[in-house]
Design a protein around this ligand. Structure first.
Ligand code: 13P
Ligand code: SF4
Length: 349
């Protein structure tokens, strides 16, 4: 996406969903009501690291989960609650529904999507696959259920290198979608034959290597942590490249006291918890003359707030924010998703 297109997306989303500002009393009241409703509705809150700290802390305090997209999928599937409240973006809610069809899945808002999902329409993607029948189709979790249904494998960034390496060793050629930067990164790490779709994340694509290096000059002892959805030039200046959970682990384990972080700043909540006392700096996204130094926040993740979370819990049918997936699509998408979960279990084993 061009810088102009990104600006327009942000402006539109800011108008439609202005940031939630609540006074202390309202905030405390909402939190108490959400906690009570989670119990009375036999529900559990599953939140991504990029959501507002308000949401992440609620998930922690109520026995829910705060994690990366892979763990969110696993947690929702294994948890006994009848109702999953997924705070994140739409593909995360869909993944939960695909893996747990017997559960109802609500999201604070179904409008929370992802530029990678938007940039990979199922029909065009299916045509692309048809043009390359000799390739194993691997899609990133950040895709619609219909795109997953067309894939041989689903993968998240936490196991992408390992999976592509595994397929390469079996002699398979890969068709990768939708994130071109993550695709280029796994290709470089594994040497596999990877043909990439040309999608991108509007948040990570904005990080600038030059800005990171300038910040590093001011903090020469800092380590640079980068999510692989960032452009190759930014990945090249990283000390650690990894998924959200891998970056959090690195923040806690590295000896460095200062960390420059190139991913959504929502992750600072968990990093600060696990690496107390360390200084966390947002990697710059802005070129010279820009009005913000770093716009490293996913506008769709930011749509998850206390107000809409409370509203979906109060309404029997989740204010219409319930995830529905067509049954034939669900069954087809479940296979590559289960392969991913099985592969990740084998890595742990
Ligand atoms: P993770 O799979 O690391 O949670 O990342 C999801 C995502 O949307 C990154 O932008
Ligand atoms: Fe999608 Fe990027 Fe937002 Fe992650 S940060 S959900 S990849 S738009």
């Amino acid at each position: 996406m061009t810088a102009e297109a990104i600006k327009l997306v942000r402006q539109h989303l800011d108008q439609v969903h202005p940031a939630e500002v609540l006074d202390d009393a309202t905030r405390a009241d909402y939190r108490a009501r959400i906690k009570a409703l989670l119990v009375s509705r036999d529900a559990v809150l599953v939140a991504h690291y990029y959501t507002d700290p308000e949401i992440q802390s609620l998930a922690e305090e109520t026995g829910g989960c705060v994690s990366d997209s892979l763990e969110m999928a696993r947690f929702g599937k294994e948890h006994p609650a009848k109702l999953l409240i997924v705070a994140g973006v739409r593909f995360m809610g869909e993944t939960s529904k695909i893996l747990s069809p017997e559960k109802r899945v609500f999201m604070p808002t179904l409008e929370a999507t992802c530029s990678l999902d938007i940039g990979c329409p199922p029909e065009e993607f299916s045509d692309f696959c048809d043009q390359h029948p000799d390739r194993t189709v691997v899609v990133y979790a950040n895709t619609s259920a219909a795109v997953k249904a067309r894939a041989d494998w689903v993968v998240t960034s936490s196991i992408a290198v390992e999976l592509i390496d595994h397929l390469d060793q079996r002699g398979e050629k890969i068709l990768w979608a939708p994130d071109q930067h993550l695709g280029a990164y796994v290709q470089k790490q594994t040497g596999a034959d990877v043909l990439c779709w040309d999608g991108a994340c509007i948040v990570h694509e904005e990080f600038k290597a030059r800005g990171v290096l300038e910040l590093k000059k001011l903090h020469p002892d800092a380590a640079v942590l980068v999510h692989p959805e960032s452009p190759a030039s930014v990945v090249d200046v990283a000390d650690v490249v990894g998924s959200t959970s891998q970056l959090i682990k690195a923040a806690a384990e590295l000896p460095h006291q200062t960390l420059i972080v190139a991913t959504d700043r929502g992750i600072f909540y968990k990093m600060q918890q696990l690496a107390p006392g360390k200084t966390l700096l947002e990697a710059p996204t802005a070129g010279s003359g820009a009005t913000c130094q770093s716009c490293a926040h996913c506008p769709w993740m930011a749509m998850n707030g206390l107000e809409n979370l409370l509203a979906v819990l109060e309404d029997e049918n989740g204010c219409g924010q319930e995830i529905q997936v067509d049954e034939s699509v669900r069954v087809a998408a479940m296979q590559p998703l289960n392969r991913m979960l099985e592969f990740s279990r084998s890595l742990k084993g």
